[in-house]
Design a protein around this ligand. Structure first.
Ligand SMILES: [Zn+2]
Length: 223
């Protein structure tokens, strides 16, 4: 074992003794969201827009808390767990996608945050979900592409806008693509924490398709 790996393991071990992980749902000393609590989270209703799939219902208090903690309380490790769940729950869809791209990896693109938000929060929560998601499939299956899409303009939070049409207008034209050549002919999964009307993901799907991506779908933890 190399020293840095050893140190990291040691730190995790010590942190675990000092601050044992408790489940966000039931408080039991276990992983951050225990299996029992996950099973009780209300599933999201499947949208008619089948290009975007959300797994859980955002009104469920446990999932709401998990996303809140990930987003505002720097609990980035929650992204791992949520990404794992996204993979587990959407395995069927993923298998079907894999069969259409034999021998080629699927690109995974987290929904970006603006530079302003990045400075304020210090990280992009969707990137951590995407990392957890990718780690389940392995390198041959998924390729994390964090730098392809960037948000060039600041927008109002989608959740604060009640009108559907205004939500769509709010995100129109705010995403740009870097190196559009690399997405040509690719199959891509866009990952978000919460989708409201699907406006943000749809806008990114549009940009990627325009650049020549073959197939793009959106996976969100909650709706
Ligand atoms: Zn629990």
């Amino acid at each position: 074992m190399n020293p840095s790996k050893y140190n990291k393991k040691m730190i995790i071990y010590l942190l675990d003794i000092l601050f044992p992980t408790k489940c966000l749902g039931c408080g039991a000393k276990s992983e951050i969201l225990c299996e029992k609590c996950v099973q009780m989270i209300r599933p999201a209703e499947r949208e008619t827009e089948e290009k975007i799939i959300a797994v859980f219902d955002y009104r469920d208090p446990v999932i709401k808390k998990a996303i809140w903690e990930l987003k505002y309380h720097h609990k980035r490790y929650l992204g791992d767990r949520l990404g794992e769940l996204l993979y587990e729950y959407l395995m069927e869809e993923i298998s079907e996608m894999k069969t259409t791209v034999p021998g080629r990896s699927i690109y995974v693109v987290p929904v970006p945050v603006s530079n302003k938000k990045m400075k304020k929060r210090g990280y992009n929560q969707s990137l951590y979900i995407a990392k957890g998601f990718c780690s389940c499939g392995g390198k041959e299956i998924f390729e994390l592409k964090n730098k392809i899409i960037w948000k060039s303009k600041e927008t109002l939070p989608q959740a604060k806008i009640t009108n559907r049409k205004r939500r769509l207008e709010n995100v129109r034209g705010v995403f740009d693509i870097k190196n559009s050549e690399c997405v040509k002919g690719r199959t891509i999964i866009v990952i978000d924490d919460v989708t409201t009307t699907g406006g943000t993901i749809s806008e990114i799907i549009k940009v990627l398709k325009k650049a020549g991506a073959k197939r793009v779908v959106g996976f969100a933890v909650a709706h």
